[in-house]
Design a protein around this ligand. Sequence first.
Ligand SMILES: [Zn+2]
Length: 371
Amino acid sequence: MPTRPTRKPAPARRAAALAAPPDDLLSRLSNAVAVSGDEGAVRRLILEAIHGHVDEVKVDALGNVLALKRGTGRGGRVLVTAHMDEVGFMITGFDSDGALHFEPVGSPEERVLPGKPVLVGAQRLPGVIGAMPIHLLPADRRKTLLKASQMRIDIGADSEAAARRLVKLGDRAGFATEFAVLGPSIAGKALDDRLGCATLVELLRGRPYSFDLHAAFTVQEEVGMRGARVAAFAVDPQAAFILDCTPAYDLPHSDEERENTQYNSRLGLGPAIYVADRATISDQRLIAHLQRTADQAGLPYQWRQPGGGGTDAGAIHLAREGIPSVSVSVPGRYLHTPVSLARADDWRHTLQLMRAAFQAWTPGVLRRAGR
Ligand SMILES: [Zn+2]
């Protein structure tokens, strides 16, 4: 947005970084609660954001948003996905004093749950995850990890009847974290995968490509890539790109006098291109296309280290008769906790890489040899 000229000296960078976060699409996506199977809040934001930028849009039977941006040439059909859902909790019972039992949905980091604020149900009721205070814990139990079944969500109700008036069984609860800009970084909940959603929205908002871009904002990735499976079947694409946020474990380990080689991906090195993860071996032709594009455009990128974790590609590449797929992620620290942290530049470079790769796309990419 252009700024009005002013005679006052420009504010220092640091002061700007501490100002209120911008009310942009990413912050609204991050603040919305969309635990797997209950993605409506994010779906509404996305439908609004892509309105007028796509030729067709529908919500399928499972809740995926499927949008088509028609191409200008003979580039074929390419599927690009990002998942709308996030990890969180499902309410499973009530105590007589009004506290709520819950079960994890997806895999939230259970070790950090006590004391964390949450939002419960469609009304976003504020609550806090409670457990026995540390003062009262016997010494031998301070070192054992609590299970979710030993914790409760406390919404301040003073009886079961009062709690039941506000919450029903099956309601979801999500972390209540406000998006923030921290200098060159961004912090918020569910950056996995609202970063991918925001990237895909931006890709739809630009000029059309030579191919038909089928966008799928998927549901239920965190519980087993379920929305992606039916989206890939419906679109029947010739290739698929999966946009996600991958764990970075890149902080120095002061207690180990050796290099941390388990980083998976690192902040600041650009988009992480997957060669393989636990669920998928990426298509070599698509990897080569991304690498060639990045090299030609002078964009940074890194290889996402193989190992744990997976993306919607796990379901997509096995759809129909097999779909060449590759994932590209923005690296993020502390995923599946109440607050994750990523670099704004990694996100920007991911968008630039995908845009350039799509502009350079021809069906010939799939006829070339791989790396
Ligand atoms: Zn994800």
